[in-house]
Write a protein that binds this ligand. Sequence first.
Ligand SMILES: [Mg+2]
Length: 403
Amino acid sequence: MEITDISATNVSTESWGEFVEFPLVTVMSGYDEYNNAAGDNPQARRKWMGPVGDVVVEIETDAGITGVGHGNWATGAIKTIVDETLSKLVVGRDPTERERLWDIMYRATIPFGRKGAAIEAISAVDLALWDIAGKAADKPVYELLGGPVSDEIPCYASNLHPVDLETLEREAIEYVENGFDAVKLRFQYGPEAGRAGMRKNEAVVETVRDAVGHDIAIAGDAYMGWSVRYAKKMCKRLEKFDLAWVEEPVIPDNIDGYAEIRDATDVPISGGEHEFTRWGHEELLERGAVDILQPDVHRCGGLTELLRIDALASAHNVPVIPHSGTNPHLHFIAASTNAPMAEYFPIPQWYQDQQDEKDSTYADAIYANPPDATDGVLELPDGVGLSSQLNHSALESYAVDDQ
Ligand SMILES: [Mg+2]
């Protein structure tokens, strides 16, 4: 088999312009213009993150099989790297030579790569190659990986934005009633909000714990918005709520800070969502930074690299709970004995009620058969390859020109 063509298409949802951001702490909260903790700056996230979109990479072969991978965040940069660099390295090659191609792409992009957009571009290409492998074998990728290791995938309800405590309570109860036994909330405040912010963060966790009872796992995400000192204090205050983990308390490059926070608290600390490659994740593991590792297959180097990261993590007795619940993550979890659950984003009833009509996004339109959790579990992903069925007319209608 030979790769005959590769293309990258950027897609976005125009309606994002009216999207209202929830009040929560982020890595940018220390800057007033990017802080929406009080809910009075609803476009804050858009100001630094830009419009949300995906880049869809399609690899065509002379066997008539097309593989699909996708990436997000720096979509313009990813498309440029695919078009201008990676295409030259993969067109004309055998798509089943994933190890060789990964290494070639990695080495060729070292001058501007190693972390960031270049590895995200490699990730999307690698996922398309795995998709081709599954389609060529007429099997789901989790079977190529030696799975499934179980017949369903447990997942946690990842939402619980701190709108107000009453809404939060209702939403938490809804998830438990819908069969989830694990939930994740977002913290609202960081160091800039002082002691009052700490008290309010604590109130959010207390509200959710009181709502769900003691048998439900609760995690909390700080999206890199805390300092080490703040995280140590905050985690101490939260110990009584028996949290499953606190996620990304500080920026990912502060690896010693992660270890210091872990030493100071009984609360498990997770991270890795913004880390790249086996070498980056090995640092986190070796230096005792995390209790739970959360690589993202679209960022860390694709499925080829995620398998290596999972092997390293399992050797350190650190479970892998990947960031986000996209289909490639579900295939990975279905084939790993070290990946206990998936992230899943239910749309809470209160949010559905306030929408005039259901938001239609490029993701709904482009990817056929998005997974749907029942009783807190997902079925094994459908179809062959990475379950990547594309709706081409939707892809075109959401395509962003001139990137
Ligand atoms: Mg996160």
